[in-house]
Design a protein. Structure first.
Length: 217
């Protein structure tokens, strides 16, 4: 009889541990950091007449359809920050971005679950437009200065699996650079206790109760 109660207790304890391990959890994470790799397409010469580089508006007025993103399928990969002339905070730029030119960047990030408290950080000289899964989340030109920003991004813009971050940038000469970072709390949703696991808690508690009754005699 004692052995039976011990077996029941063991099943219950194992079920509790299993349920704990399978419970959803959130992890504060850096999705990608400054200095990460992007696919990039650099414009020069006649490319400056792209639709997103319209006279009098600039890249901040760009829409997702302003650029043919299919070009990124054959684009090379480069490490950020992208630039040419140096700011005091950078010893060098891993990937060259020519002055007075445009730049398209693309990165695919995988979210294993859902994301909350997503924050996108950027540094840019001069103009930038940012898109997440085809939706524009920001556009601005920073003239005669290094532009920096922190954007709170709606979790509704992300989905479980692969997500695409697209950037359009332009430089107007002098100094130039662009780099980005994304952080957020990622919650795993594949780890939810099954109903059968919860039902196993009953035998475990029954075993514990029987042992208590036995030793109380």
């Amino acid at each position: 009889m004692m052995k039976k109660h011990l077996n029941l207790m063991l099943v219950g304890v194992c079920s509790l541990v299993f349920s704990f391990l399978l419970t959803s959890y959130a992890i504060a994470d850096t999705i990608f950091d400054y200095g990460s790799y992007w696919k990039y397409y650099q414009a020069s010469g006649s490319d400056l007449t792209w639709a997103w580089h319209e006279a009098g508006t600039g890249v901040e007025a760009a829409t997702y359809g302003s650029f043919d993103w299919s070009k990124m399928s054959t684009a090379p990969s480069g490490q950020g920050p992208f630039g040419l002339n140096l700011y005091d905070t950078y010893a060098h730029f891993p990937t060259t971005w020519d002055l007075n030119s445009g730049l398209a960047l693309e990165k695919t990030v995988t979210i294993n679950g859902t994301i909350s408290n997503a924050t996108l950080y950027f540094e840019i000289d001069n103009g930038i437009a940012i898109f997440i899964n085809g939706t524009k989340v920001f556009g601005q030109n920073f003239e005669n200065a290094l532009g920096t920003g922190t954007l709170d991004i709606s979790s509704a813009l992300f989905h479980a699996g692969n997500n695409v971050i697209d950037i359009l940038a332009e430089d107007h000469g002098g100094q130039n650079m662009v780099d980005l970072k994304l952080t957020g709390d990622v919650t795993s949703q594949s780890a939810v206790p099954a109903p059968a696991t919860i039902l196993l808690l009953g035998p475990g508690f029954a075993g514990l109760a029987a042992l208590r009754k036995r030793f109380a005699k």
